[in-house]
Design a protein around this ligand. Structure first.
Ligand code: NAD
Length: 316
């Protein structure tokens, strides 16, 4: 199968390199010129696993304007939410009616943008449950042992077709550990809710997931955010994959047992003085609530706090 990865950042490189190593043809398109130039100069990307075994993986990489191949079966999108609209415009010349779009981006806001360029029956989206760090231009760290992490994904139409199963089979071969569901919004919102608690609070207080979850009042904080998020989702008719109590248990398990030393990706953006995706996570819950005349006050307050933190760092 042939894949074009739009967004050769941390996650685009992880998915693309693993799919390439599983025998697929993969090409990368990226707009951050220092990174693209570095990969071209060194003949690929330097990959480490948990900071060890640094080695060069050859990759084919292009800027959107340099890339004109239209023969990919699947276009994978891994950008920050606020980059997607402009990148879709810059890449639209190589999209075709036959192509599938696959994404594992965090937050919500990306689906309606993708639907402007891809047919609904060709949109596959999910959540990537794994950590990856773009350390510098041309340098990426895949956190976790080979086979670490997983992804949940669903068709926008909730009707898997033959191509969906082929894509899932390639993700399996690449050790990405996909689980296909037929609950599109429930699948995506599960991660939005998780991130609205852990990503946001760890980012604001510059702490690891373990430090957060081991705080004595963590359950109280998590429960308040989960309750409000579920109130919003239920009003919008989302069929959640887990109960509120199960969601709280997931927050604790992932933070205390699976990734206690991990700083969530929103923190990584904040620490590099880049804008965060908070408007597409907590901010999305606020917007969705308002559609139903429900004020998700705690999420609104947290969204503003993250913007205050971003602003304070910019001013320093
Ligand atoms: P990323 O920031 O590493 O890369 C996204 C884009 O930003 C790429 O085009 C990259 O080249 C560009 N970029 C990176 N640093 C830049 C800089 N300093 N200046 C200008 N451009 C820069 O993003 P990512 O971590 O791959 O995340 C993509 C999506 O996947 C997001 O929605 C994210 O929330 C989600 N996600 C990330 C992780 C993770 O561990 N990184 C895990 C699950 C989901």
């Amino acid at each position: 199968m042939k894949f074009t990865v739009v967004g050769a950042g941390a996650m685009g490189l992880r998915y693309g390199v693993l799919l390439q190593q599983a025998g697929n043809e993969v090409e990368f398109v990226d707009a951050w010129e220092p990174h693209v130039n570095k990969m071209k100069e060194q003949g690929g990307v330097y990959v480490t696993r948990d900071k060890e075994n640094r080695h060069l993986v050859p990759v084919k990489v292009y800027t959107p304007e340099e890339y004109h191949n239209t023969d990919s079966d699947v276009v994978i999108f891994f950008l920050k939410q606020m980059q997607l609209g402009e990148m879709l415009e810059r890449c639209s010349h190589f999209f075709t009616d036959k192509q599938y779009a696959l994404t594992g981006m965090n937050g919500m806001g990306h689906i309606e943008k993708l639907l402007k360029y891809f047919k609904p029956e060709k949109v596959l989206a999910g959540t990537a449950l794994v950590a990856t760090i773009l350390k510098a231009p041309g340098e990426v760290d895949f956190v976790g042992k080979p086979g670490a992490g997983s992804m949940n994904l669903a068709n926008y139409t909730e009707k898997p077709d033959e191509m969906t199963h082929k894509v899932v089979a390639e993700l399996e071969k690449a050790n990405i550990n996909p689980t296909l569901t037929t609950n599109f919004r429930g699948t995506l919102m599960a991660k939005v809710v998780f991130n609205s608690v852990v990503n946001t609070l760890c980012t604001l207080f510059e702490i690891t997931m373990g430090e957060y979850a081991n705080f004595e009042k963590a359950d109280e904080l998590s429960r308040a955010l989960i309750d409000e998020a579920y109130d919003v989702c239920e009003r919008d008719g989302v069929k959640m994959l887990q109960t509120r109590e199960e969601e709280l248990a997931t927050v604790n398990y992932v933070s205390k047992v699976a990734n206690p030393l991990h700083y969530p990706s929103m923190y990584q953006d904040m620490s590099k003085n880049r804008p965060t995706e908070v408007d597409y996570i907590n901010g999305y819950l606020v917007k969705l609530g308002r559609k139903h005349n429900y004020e998700a006050k705690t999420h609104a307050f947290l969204t503003n706090l993250v913007h205050l933190a971003e602003h304070t760092r910019q001013e320093r």
